[in-house]
Design a protein. Sequence first.
Length: 273
Amino acid sequence: MKNNGFILITGATDGIGLRTATEFAKQGKNLIIHGRNKEKLKETAKRLEELNSKIVIKTVCADFENLKETKDAFEQIKKESINCLINNAGCFTHELKLTIDGLERTYQVNHLAHFLITHILLDSLIKNAPSKIIVVASMAHASNVDFKAIEKGHFLKSYGAYSLSKLCNILFAFKMARELKDRNVSVNALHPGVINTKLLIEGWGACGSSVENAYKMIEFAYNLDTSITGQYLKDFRIQKAADFAYSKENQDRCYEISKKQLEKVKICLTSFL
């Protein structure tokens, strides 16, 4: 990996993203950190700069519940030299809540917004290869997707919506790995562990392990050779995701539906595959 390139981390002002940004800053890595609260993002950047005065910290502020806002924000940084994208931001909602774009909140934030920004940053990732895309999924991913329901705008809620979004994360990662295998850009999905974050507490009311363990899992993925791609990582090794995720037909269908959902809100990108 190029030392002078940027690592972009979504959801970097709290939880797993913040811990990952903190550790990478200590190691001297240049960072672009994403958050949805401008003041919190500014404070986080300041703290990271204090850890290591030699690194460059940039910020991108966007609420993933608004796809146009997200597109506009990430378009501003797409020419930066980015060689690692960590799709980490996530949410969990008990009730059925629709975004301004008319999509279920958990699905949009966890999957579709990351689908969007990955394509916006794709040219930079390819140009600055060897590069990596790391998708923070979950072992709580669903075993299948009802594509017809998604196409009709019929969404699950609560745990069902979360597990669906995480399977979509994996389908997208596997699809991108196939498409980018000859471009020296690796794409892997991972389960970070059952981590004591706000998302876990909101969703399950349970206490997991420290965010340190999640950071170590992300670091493990970051340190893998780019020849290792299209994998689901768990417990510091390659493991098996749901069988549904390995079907190229399922990967392609998830991709096409996601593309059409963006087009419905008038977002068309030249970088669609």
